[in-house]
Write a protein that binds this ligand. Sequence first.
Ligand code: TXA
Ligand code: MG
Length: 344
Amino acid sequence: MQTRMWKPAEPDNPNDPHVREAANLLNHQEVVAFPTETVYGLGADATDEVAVQRIFEAKGRPADNPLIVHVATKEQVDRLVSHIPDVAHLLMDTFWPGPLTLILESNGEAAKNVTAGLTTIGIRMPDHPLALSLLKATEKPLAAPSANRSGRPSPTQALHVKQDLDGRVAGILDGGTTGVGLESTVLDCTSNVPVILRPGGITKEQLETVLPHVAVDPALADENNKPKSPGMKYTHYAPEAPLYLIEGTDEFFLEQVERLKEEGHRIGVIASRELAEQLSHERIITCGSRLNMAEVAGQLYHALREFKKSEVDIIVTEVFDESGVGAAVMNRLQKAAVNVIQPS
Ligand code: TXA
Ligand code: MG
């Protein structure tokens, strides 16, 4: 299959010829990648089982991992769920469009492979002009997981999508680099107290400004606990070379880099500016300031894609502060890492 690449001149116009061409393919059961404010998504008509199946095939995604449905209007939510609890109305009014996915009771209108057999459905309204104009042009809810090959870091640029999915999808809409850089927060609204199943672009602290209580899925902190969000159990965000997380002080980090080098490994370092300044090492990718976790979030997936296995044997990175969007950064790094080095 030849993958078309489009860069619409008017991303916020549903009648832009490129947006229309992409929408037309989506209306004919094809899959098309598009930017959102978090990461690029791989979209298909959420009401069409054949189209949705093509997402799973293109990504190599396990069939038991449900997809997030993207909408442009609240009316589209009404058509997919059995009811909307008050708390969900409040969250939509406060945070949509934005990086917050709400898990609600499904009414069965979405194709059944979207929800992977669950009775619930995840829905969000993306805060990106091109995503919204595409949704308006198709007039359909679009199922869209992140547009990477399963297991790889999520794409934050159209080029990342092309690296992973060229020849496997009908087209890629290029909207430049995405802003947030990490996926949406997934919040289960089917229980009395909403539960964060995946930390993401909307932080727990932000949710707490409008909700009296927000719980966190215990599985996020405990590897032995089965996660409620099916996707959280798979290997994720993996760079080409094994990723080691180094805890402790900057001094300990520098010692560990030296030790690994002495053992004969070619080391790639992903580090904050503050840590990078202390390192005399040839292969460093900086991902912003550790004092500005939004900046780190924005650059993390690109950094994870940068080191190639032909160049490095091991990638090492530091541990960041878990407040605010740092919770999502550390969640992704812990999932991507195969080894954690701790000071004894
Ligand atoms: O920011 C995002 O959320 C991006 C952009 C493209 O919107 N999408 C994304 O999709 O990250 P994906 O498929 O990579 O991650 C979806 C996550 C998975 O962990 C999945 O298990 C969970 O949402 N999920 C989807 N529906 C669910 C449901 N009904 N119950 C629990 N978890 C659900
Ligand atoms: Mg994903």
